[in-house]
Design a protein around this ligand. Structure first.
Ligand code: GCB
Length: 648
C-alpha cells in the first residue's frame, strides 16, 4: 500500500529542534518586529494521489504560481471554509503557501528571525528555495534565524503544511484505506478523528520577521512567591551566545513604570515590598486590584557594548492545592468557568482580534473567572488577555483522544516535546495555574499509567510551581492514571450520553460519582465538562432534548450538586461549551456541536442568561467570603448579581 498521502515523508526528514527561549516578538529599543507577513498568500493543495507531487516537482524552488494555478488564501486563517470547494474543506494532505518579504538593508547587520506563531500540523518552510525549518505539531510557535542566509530580498517564503493525523501525532488519528472495490474507487481513504472538533488546517496564526541584536536575550524564567506582604521574584535570564554577554541588568517596574527592585545578576531573587498580587477579577476586593502586572525589564550588554532590551509582563501570585481546596495566593479559589474552542465562521481556527475581544467581553458578561484551552494551546494573544483581565487558565496540550495504540514510545516522546514547547511558551503567565496533559485519554488502560506518570513527572520537573492534571472521563474504578494529577478534572454527561433526557437522575449519579472519585484519591475535583446539545430557537415545555428549556433544566440540576459538593471538595465547574463549534460530519452532530451557551456567532441562548445569573451570584458570595477573610467588608459594586433570568 502506498504511504498514506506522503505523510511518512516528513517523518523521514531530519526534524530540526533547536531549543531556545522563543520569547514572544516585542518591539524595544533594540528589537523590531518589522514585518508581519499576514494578508493574502498564494495557495494550492497537492491533490495528487500520492500527495507527493509538490516534493517531486520541487514547488518550493520557484514561485508557486509558476508551477500551477494558485488562489489567494488569507493568513492567519484555516483554509477549509474560505472557498465553496468541498474538496478543499475536507482536504487531507499537503497544502502549499507562498509569499514575499523584505529585510531592509540597515537591519541585515542584526539577527533576523522568521517566526510562525502556529500552523497545523506538520510544516516545512523554505526561504528562496532553501529549507530553513520544520515543525512537528500545531498550536505552538516555531522560528528560525535567517542571519546565515542571504535575505536582502525580495525573499520568497514557501510553507508546506500537512494536516494528516496518525496514531503518533497529537491529536492522534488514523488514515483508513477503503479497499472494497465494489464500494470505493482505488486508493480511497478517509481520515478518522478521535476528537470532536473539525480538523481545521492552515497557517492559523501570524507570520512575523523580527530582529534582535546578535548577542541577545534568549529566555527569561520568572517564578514568584509571597512572604508576608512582600513578593519574592526568582528569575533567570539566558543570553545567547552566553560567552559574548558582558552584563545583565534587570529591573522590575510597577504599573506606573516606577522601579520596585533591580539587580545586576543574570539569575537571582528580588523582593518587591508591599507587592500587589495578581488576582483573578472574581477575587478582587476593595483591598486589591484585578490582575496586577509588573514589567520585568532586562537589559543585556554584549562584550562589544551593544545592548538588547526585552520587557516581559508578569504577575506575583502563588498556586497550591490541599486535599479539598485550590488556593491562589493562599486563598480558596472556586473556578466558575467555561471550556472553549478556537473556532468561528469562515476563519475556522485562524487568529482573529475582534473574536478575541468579543469572547473576553462575553466571559466578563457571564461572570466566568476561568477557561480551559480545550483541547490545545491557544494563541498567545488570547493568553495575554487572560493575564491582563484576570481570567484563570487551565492550559491544555493537544493530547486529545489518546486511545489504545497511542501510548507507545513514539507518541510519548512527541507528547513530552509538545509539553516542553507549551510550558516554555506559557511559563511566565500568571493566568496559567495548571497544565493539562490531555483530554479524555483511555486512562482505564494499564499502559496509561506509565504514560501519564512520565509526563506528569516531566511537567513537574519543568515547572514545580503549577499544578498538573489530565481531564478524565473514565469510571473511577477503572481509572489508572489520575493518581498523577494534582486536581481531579472530570467530564460528565449524565442525562445526555447516558440515560438521555432523565435529568431526575443527575443528582444521584453525579453526587455518587464525584464522591467516589474524591474518596479514592483525596484530591480536589473540578467538573471540567457538562452540557447538552441545544438548537437555538428550539423550545418545548415540558422540556425535550435539544431544546433551550432542556439545556437550562440540565445545567440547573448539575448546579444543585455543585452547590452541595462545593462545601466539601469541589473546586470548580466548567460548562461545555462556551459557544457552538464545528465538528466532523456525523449523525450525532447538526452542523457542529451545539452545546454552547452562545451560538457560533456569539449570540446567547437561554442558558447563557442562567449561567450569568449563577456566576455573578457565585462571584458575589466568593468575594464576600474572601474580603471577610482579609478583614475587609466591602465588595465592589460591579459584582452585584444581575437580575435572575426567569426560568420555569
Ligand atoms: C467530551 C469531549 C469534548 C466533546 C464533548 C461532547 O467529553 O471532551 O471534546 O466535544 O464531550 O460534546 O461530546
Amino acid at each position: 500500500m502506498a504511504a498514506p498521502i506522503g505523510f511518512l515523508f516528513v517523518l523521514c526528514l531530519q526534524i530540526v529542534l533547536v531549543f531556545s527561549g522563543m520569547l514572544y516578538p516585542r518591539n524595544s529599543m533594540s528589537r523590531t518586529v518589522f514585518q508581519n507577513i499576514d494578508g493574502m498568500w498564494n495557495f494550492r493543495i497537492d491533490a495528487s494521489e500520492s500527495r507527493f507531487q509538490g516534493f517531486s516537482e520541487k514547488w518550493y524552488t520557484r514561485p508557486l504560481k509558476q508551477s500551477g494555478p494558485v488562489i489567494p488564501m488569507p493568513v492567519p486563517a484555516s483554509y477549509n471554509d474560505i472557498t465553496q470547494s468541498k474538496e478543499l474543506r475536507d482536504f487531507v494532505g499537503w497544502a502549499w503557501y507562498d509569499n514575499e518579504f523584505y529585510v531592509p538593508p540597515e537591519l541585515t547587520t542584526k539577527r533576523v528571525v522568521l517566526r510562525i506563531d502556529s500552523a497545523h500540523y506538520n510544516t516545512i518552510v523554505w526561504v528562496n528555495g532553501q529549507e530553513v525549518m520544520q515543525h512537528f505539531g500545531g498550536h505552538l510557535p516555531f522560528e528560525v534565524e535567517l542571519t546565515k542566509y542571504d535575505v536582502q530580498g525580495p525573499n520568497r517564503v514557501t510553507v508546506a503544511i500537512n494536516n494528516t493525523l496518525t496514531p503518533t501525532t497529537l491529536p492522534p488519528g488514523t488514515i483508513e484505506y477503503k479497499n472494497d472495490p465494489l464500494k470505493y474507487p482505488k486508493g480511497y481513504f478517509v481520515q478518522n478523528l478521535q476528537m470532536d472538533f473539525f480538523n481545521y488546517a492552515g497557517i492559523h496564526r501570524s507570520v512575523k520577521v523580527y530582529t534582535t541584536p546578535k548577542v541577545y536575550i534568549d529566555d527569561i524564567t520568572i517564578v514568584t512567591g509571597i512572604q508576608g506582604t512582600n513578593g519574592v521574584v526568582s528569575y533567570t535570564v539566558k543570553s545567547t551566545p552566553a560567552s559574548s554577554a558582558q552584563s545583565v541588568h534587570v529591573v522590575i517596574l510597577d504599573r506606573e513604570g516606577r522601579s520596585v527592585g533591580e539587580s545586576g545578576q543574570s539569575q537571582g531573587q528580588i523582593t518587591v515590598h508591599n507587592a500587589n498580587l495578581w488576582w483573578p477579577y472574581s477575587m478582587v476586593t476593595s483591598a486589591n486590584e484585578t490582575a496586577y502586572l509588573y514589567t520585568f525589564k532586562v537589559t543585556l550588554t554584549s562584550n562589544s557594548g551593544v545592548t538588547d532590551q526585552y520587557s516581559l509582563p508578569f504577575g506575583i501570585r502563588t498556586v497550591s492545592a490541599t486535599s479539598t481546596q485550590l488556593l491562589l495566593n493562599n486563598k480558596p479559589f472556586y473556578c466558575h468557568g467555561v471550556a472553549k474552542h478556537e473556532d468561528a465562521d469562515i476563519r475556522g481556527k485562524g487568529l482573529d482580534f475582534p473574536l478575541i475581544a468579543k469572547d473576553f467581553n462575553l466571559l466578563r458578561w457571564l461572570g466566568a473567572n476561568c477557561i480551559r484551552t480545550s483541547h490545545y494551546p491557544y494563541a498567545e494573544e488570547i493568553m495575554d488577555q487572560a493575564d491582563q483581565q484576570g481570567v484563570v487558565v487551565i492550559d491544555e496540550s493537544p493530547g486529545v483522544g489518546i486511545h489504545k495504540g497511542n501510548f507507545g514510545n513514539e507518541s510519548l516522546s512527541h507528547h513530552l516535546q509538545v509539553m516542553e514547547e507549551m510550558i516554555q511558551r506559557d511559563k511566565n503567565r500568571p493566568a496559567v495555574i495548571m497544565w493539562s496533559m490531555a483530554n479524555e485519554p483511555q486512562s482505564g488502560l494499564p499502559e496509561a499509567e506509565f504514560y501519564f506518570k512520565t509526563i506528569s513527572q516531566f511537567v513537574k520537573k519543568m515547572d514545580p510551581t503549577r499544578l498538573v492534571t489530565f481531564v478524565a472521563n473514565a469510571d473511577y474504578q477503572e481509572e489508572k492514571a489520575a493518581q498523577y494529577n494534582d486536581i481531579l478534572c472530570i467530564n460528565r454527561y449524565f442525562a445526555w450520553y447516558s440515560d438521555c433526557s432523565h435529568t431526575e437522575l443527575i443528582n444521584l449519579q453525579l453526587t455518587n460519582d464525584l464522591q467516589a472519585f474524591h474518596s479514592k484519591y483525596r484530591k480536589p475535583v473540578i467538573v471540567t465538562e457538562y452540557g447538552a446539545d441545544t438548537i437555538p430557537g428550539l423550545h418545548q415545555d415540558p422540556s425535550f432534548v435539544f431544546t433551550e428549556e432542556f439545556q437550562v433544566e440540565f445545567l440547573t440540576e448539575y448546579h444543585k450538586v455543585f452547590d452541595r459538593l462545593k462545601k466539601e471538595f469541589l473546586v470548580g465547574e466548567m460548562v461545555w461549551n462556551f459557544a457552538d463549534f464545528m465538528t466532523l460530519q456525523q449523525i450525532t452532530r447538526v452542523v457542529g456541536n451545539k452545546k454552547g451557551l452562545f451560538t457560533r456567532q456569539r449570540q446567547p441562548k437561554m442558558s447563557a442568561h442562567v449561567m450569568r445569573s449563577r456566576y455573578h451570584g457565585l462571584m458575589h458570595s466568593n468575594a464576600t467570603q474572601h474580603s471577610y477573610a482579609q478583614g475587609h467588608a466591602t465588595v465592589s459594586s460591579k459584582f452585584t448579581p444581575p437580575v435572575v433570568f426567569p426560568v420555569g
